[in-house]
Every structure is written in structure tokens, then in C-alpha cells.
Design a binder for this molecule. Structure first.
Ligand SMILES: C[S@@+](CC[C@H](N)C(=O)[O-])C[C@H]1O[C@@H](n2cnc3c(N)ncnc32)[C@H](O)[C@@H]1O
Length: 257
């Protein structure tokens, strides 16, 4: 008997941002393979499942992608109901596409359960609408992991054409800001750093492209995940920001930049 794999997005941190379908498949799962940024209360919904961390470590190490593919296929072939649980949305910088391809190649039936991505939730919770009439009619999401990833995309944009959201870009914020400035973006273009969004530790900084590179992150948040936003829409945060959610348990059991 063949099992089944659900590639599930856990949302950005707040367990109340989980979809109902994700909650149901977690409750029904026999096995869960989860990533580092999965909220603990979401993982706890998989009450009857065996749970295995397959987190990668910042800078390399941890479970290899090939091992993850093998684990998923093997568990499904043993007839298990398998959940592959990822932070945010499984198909946005989560290597969910590769896992879906590996399952398809192995003939394992699977379904994707989309999640609320931090790329949208982090700005939204900080009072930044990523598009706004008169300020931004489009949005570009890139990874800041390496210049080779973001340069071809951001280099093709005219300054101010779209809101830019950068995941995994905190460590390269100075380089990213310098790149945009060199491409003609104004030094006064508003910019934001949004850390640990949708968790009780949520912290945000707003400034400009000129000040982003030197912006300091408080020590306790040095390992927290963070999202960068660049564009005029960031100026709305001053009007739309609300306080962090009320007391809640520790949401994130791992961190990644
Ligand atoms: C490997 S990517 C995965 C993104 C995920 N699939 C999604 O849709 O949110 C991880 C990056 O997402 C961003 N991120 C994840 N959780 C976040 C949070 N709670 N607050 C701010 N950014 C977050 C950070 O840029 C982090 O380095």
C-alpha cells in the first residue's frame, strides 16, 4: 500500500496563521519531517505522529536535500501518511518544488498545502501593504542569500518600480542597499527590517536605503529570521503599525537568516 505526502506550509510563526487544512493533515499524520523555522505549537498538532527534524544549518550542514527526498519516499512507500512541514509557504524559497519533483519521480502521491509566507505576513504585520495605489503597483521577492540570486532580478528593475522584499538577506543588507543605490534608487527610499514577525519577539526597524546597511540588530535577535522591505510603501508603517500580539508561547524552535 502506498502512503501519501503532504508538503505543508506552517505559516510565519503565529500558530493562528496556520490553514485549517494544514491543521487537519497534521492531526492525521503518522510521520512529520520538519524544518528549523516551524512554530512549536504547530508541530504539537501532529499529536499521534513520529516527528523528525530535518533542519539545515545556516552556512551549510544539517540534513542534506537528497536525504530528505529519500526519507519522504521511504516513509510513503511504507504506507505512512507523511507531512513535510516547512516555514511559511512550501514553494517560496523552501525547496518544496524539488521535493515535489522527487516525489513525482518516485511515483509517490502528494499534495501541496500552501502556507502564509513571511514575505507577505512580515510586512503586513508591520503595517506595510506591499502594494498600494500610488506608491507601488507590484512586488518582487528575492533571496539575499547570494548576489548571483538577487542581482539579475533587481538589476532589471527601474528604481521604485516595485516593492522589493528580500528573504535571507539580513547579513547582506549593506551589500543589497549599495547595489540598489548604484542602480539609481534614491538614498531616501524607505526601507525596513522585520525580525521574528508573527511571534512575541517581533521587532522592526525602519529607515532608508542610505541607513539600512549600518542599521544595528539588538543582540537577543541576532539569530532571529528577518525580512527586508524596500520601497515607498514602507512609509505607511508609521501610520499602520500595531503592537505585537499579546503573550504567547515560544513559537520558533529554530532560527535561520
Ligand atoms: C528558507 S526561507 C523560507 C521562507 C518560507 N518558505 C516562507 O514562505 O516564509 C527563510 C527566510 O524566511 C524569512 N522568515 C521566515 N520566518 C520569518 C519571520 N517570522 N519573520 C521574518 N522573516 C521570516 C527570513 O528571511 C528567513 O531567512
Amino acid at each position: 500500500m502506498s502512503g501519501f505526502v503532504w508538503l505543508v506550509g506552517s505559516g510565519p510563526g503565529d500558530p493562528e496563521l496556520l490553514t485549517r487544512k494544514a491543521a487537519r493533515v497534521l492531526a492525521e499524520a503518522d510521520v512529520v519531517f520538519y524544518d528549523g523555522l516551524v512554530p512549536l505549537p504547530v508541530l504539537a498538532l501532529a499529536e499521534r505522529a513520529q516527528r523528525f527534524s530535518v533542519a539545515k544549518r545556516a552556512g551549510g550542514g544539517g540534513t542534506s536535500q537528497e536525504t530528505i527526498h529519500r526519507l519522504l519516499v521511504r516513509a510513503a512507500r511504507r504506507g505512512k501518511r507523511v507531512v513535510r512541514l516547512k516555514g511559511g509557504d512550501p514553494f517560496l524559497f523552501g525547496r518544496g518544488g524539488e521535493e515535489a519533483l522527487a516525489l513525482a519521480a518516485a511515483g509517490v502521491p502528494f499534495e501541496v498545502v500552501p502556507g502564509v509566507s513571511s514575505a507577505l505576513a512580515a510586512p503586513a504585520l508591520a503595517g506595510i501593504p506591499v502594494t498600494h495605489r500610488g506608491l507601488a503597483s507590484g512586488l518582487v521577492i528575492v533571496t539575499g542569500h547570494g548576489a548571483a540570486s538577487y542581482r539579475p532580478v533587481l538589476g532589471g528593475l527601474r528604481p521604485g518600480d516595485a516593492t522589493v522584499v528580500v528573504l535571507m538577506g539580513l547579513a547582506r543588507r549593506a551589500e543589497l542597499a549599495a547595489f540598489l543605490l548604484a542602480r539609481g534608487w534614491g538614498a531616501g527610499t524607505p526601507a525596513a527590517m522585520l525580525l521574528a514577525a508573527a511571534t512575541p519577539q517581533a521587532w522592526s526597524w525602519t529607515g532608508t536605503l542610505a541607513t539600512l546597511g549600518a542599521a544595528e540588530i539588538p543582540d537577543p535577535l541576532r539569530r532571529a529570521p528577518g525580512t527586508l522591505v524596500v520601497g515607498e510603501v514602507v512609509s505607511l508603517a508609521a501610520l499602520l503599525q500595531r503592537s505585537a500580539p499579546a503573550a504567547a508561547p515560544e513559537y520558533l524552535q529554530g532560527t535561520s537568516r
